[in-house]
Design a protein around this ligand. Sequence first.
Ligand code: FAD
Ligand code: PYC
Length: 416
Amino acid sequence: MRFSFLNVVRQALSNNEGWPEQWASPEPKAAYDVVIVGGGGHGLATAYYLASQLGVANVAVLEKGWLGGGNTGRNTTILRSNYLWEESAALYEHALKLWEGLSAELNYNVMYSARGVMMLAHNVHDVQVIRRHVHANRLAGVDNAWLTPDEVKAFCPILNISPDIRYPIVGAALQRRGGTARHDAVAWGYARGASARGVDIIQNCEVTGIRRDAAGAVAGVETTRGPIAARKVGVVAAGHSSVVMAMAGVRMPLDSYPLQALVSEPVKPMMPCVVMSNTIHAYMSQSDKGEMVIGAGTDAYNSYSQTGGLHIANHTLEAICELFPAVRRLRMLRNWGGIVDVTPDRSPIIGLTAVPGLYVNCGWGTGGFKATPGSGHVFAHTIARGEPHRLAAPFALDRFRSGRLIDEAAAAAVAH
Ligand code: FAD
Ligand code: PYC
């Protein structure tokens, strides 16, 4: 059933009891044309575009837990495309353009809000790096502007721009088209759209092995719900990508770290934009419910624990209290972590592998939510055609052999 004014009124009159399930939950079939491992936003978007644009609907998305229960439902929802290199700016800009029309495309409100993302500079080094990004972005046709401290204050009045604090604000970059979206709505919207087009969405189904035929090509997967045959398998498992890829004998250049976030009790609207500081590993925005959404940096060691060190969160809160004195007395409601998959050059890996039929989309680290629609779109093309999409080509796994790295360490948020 479509979400329309008429249907909303009809359902309201019948106590909202007539809405159907948003996606079907079938038993897995014995075989599919394509199996996607991972029911986060990227995996679901891939399945959606395979079915909606590429005529490949005999697809299963296998998720070991619940949809969006990985980093998709754990992230702080910041969207922007202000990356340094042309390859990255093109990919993230492709995603940002898709965000702009996504609610209409999916007939599902993903609550995209272009409220502006400001990245603070605190010292001379920050100024040089951030201004370089502003110039590079403008040359690539991506909106970004340099602000003085007074302009920063005008854009976000609760910021403390006193020069006498530990982390003084000496300027900032502002991407006005950046903003936020509702994270789980993105997973649900893509799941609903994919399911309506014939994709099987299978939760509580962990992939435990990748089967290969005598020639070494992919033949299917082993799962906790039995074997499933498929000639094409796309791995989109974020922090567990290296674990899943190892099942096919492929070693990935990835480190998995905890990254954590917190939300405060809800308060009336006090913050009109997103503010990030990579230097001090702290950023904040306000959710539509009124909670202040705060994020920290990655832990300094590898781990698969979805928590993160207390000292990391404490450090972030100290910085947040200094930058935003108005939030000092707020109580924190929840704190959680996700496992982020970080590559040596802080850019994602999208494409084919040395194993015929095995495709991978990972390495989004601390910054992949913003890429969800673009990532799914280019990965779907890559899987359907058996060759990299034009925007995905620079992000192939073999760049770690050829040396054609795309170093985005300075653009990656929380400076991991
Ligand atoms: P996920 O949503 O993690 O999906 C992968 C799925 O694979 C999981 O659901 C997992 O259960 C499943 N899976 C794993 N192994 C198996 C298996 N063997 N079998 C079946 N399923 C399996 N990015 C931004 O752009 N902006 C932000 O503000 C931002 N903030 C962040 C804040 C935090 C605290 C965290 C943790 C991350 C943040 N990110 C942010 C990064 C972003 O969340 C991720 O890059 C993005 O969500 C990755 O999406 P995904 O679909 O690839 O991964
Ligand atoms: O990539 O913009 C980002 C981001 C912000 C917080 C975590 N990641």
